[in-house]
Design a protein around this ligand. Structure first.
Ligand SMILES: CC(=O)[C@@H](O)[C@H](O)COP(=O)(O)O
Ligand SMILES: NCC(=O)COP(=O)(O)O
Length: 250
């Protein structure tokens, strides 16, 4: 049966680090942002340690592991270097994401179906270490089935194409993306996978996704960090939380 309970909000703090790194110093501090997010009701913190360290750093991950009172969702590419870091820290969740050095942001979902054996071996030690393994994928039946076969406990559906279509006023495409997200959330839930979603979500796009009863967690970052310039981080998160709760109730 679908879960109709409270939807969790994971606040992604990557882009606090982007602003910090613009000047190479220590300000603004992503750990301070994480504390404010916790106080504002975040159920978890998400941080993506990219291979090129363009935002979050190794020291940020170490600091988060020390100070967080909510679970850390550690996003990383499927590389040996990242696996070692994850096994050293053993965060609550490890989300495997695709990464291209030249991309501006995470462009699509992970290609699981073509890399099934490799990924099954890659995630096994992470699961054995007690991490919940999540796979960041497009709303694509083949990829969901492959994620299930390799032993992932969670999938996170990439909402970027839906949000882009909305931002560009391509309404038919937006509705088609939303239908695919809804159908694939249901399908993944039926397979026994926990379903999360995220990427590019805003106040304008969050409610339809939050309303899917099978979705248990949304991870939201870039928009919230941008909005915090105008509202402050705590109020920006509270507003997002309210929209999610409204959608869930309706
Ligand atoms: C995987 C993902 O969606 C997040 O990590 C988020 O988008 C922030 O990182 P980037 O903007 O660097 O992709
Ligand atoms: N996995 C998605 C995430 O953590 C947040 O993505 P975004 O809101 O920063 O685009």
């Amino acid at each position: 049966m679908a879960n109709h309970g409270k939807l969790r909000l994971g606040v992604n703090i990557d882009h606090v680090a982007t602003v910090r790194n613009a000047r190479g110093g220590a300000y603004p501090d992503p750990l301070r942002a994480a504390r404010i997010a916790e106080e504002a009701g975040a159920d978890g913190i998400t941080a993506h340690l990219r291979e090129d360290r363009r935002h979050i750093s190794d020291a940020d991950i170490e600091g988060l592991m020390e100070v967080l009172t909510v679970p850390l969702n550690f996003e990383m590419a499927a590389t040996d270097e990242m696996q070692k870091i994850a096994l050293r820290h053993k965060p609550h969740a490890v989300c495997i994401v695709p990464e291209k050095r030249e991309e501006r942001t995470t462009e699509g979902g992970l290609e699981v179906a073509r890399e099934e054996n490799k990924l099954a071996h890659f995630i096994a030690p992470l699961r054995d270490a007690g991490c919940r393994v999540s796979i960041f994928i497009a709303a694509d039946r083949r990829q969901i089935e492959a994620a299930h076969r390799i032993g992932a406990q969670v999938i996170e559906l990439h909402t970027g194409a839906y949000c882009d279509a909305h931002a560009e006023d391509r309404l038919e495409a937006r509705d088609a993306e939303l239908r695919a997200l809804r159908d694939m959330a249901t399908y993944a839930h039926e397979l026994g996978l926990e379903v999360h979603a995220g990427h590019g979500l805003t106040y304008d796009t969050v409610k339809p996704v939050a309303a899917f009863p099978e979705v248990m967690e949304l991870n939201i970052g870039h928009f919230l960090i941008g909005e915090s310039i105008f509202l402050g981080l705590g109020p920006a998160i509270v507003e997002m939380r309210q929209l999610m709760d409204e959608a869930r109730r309706s």
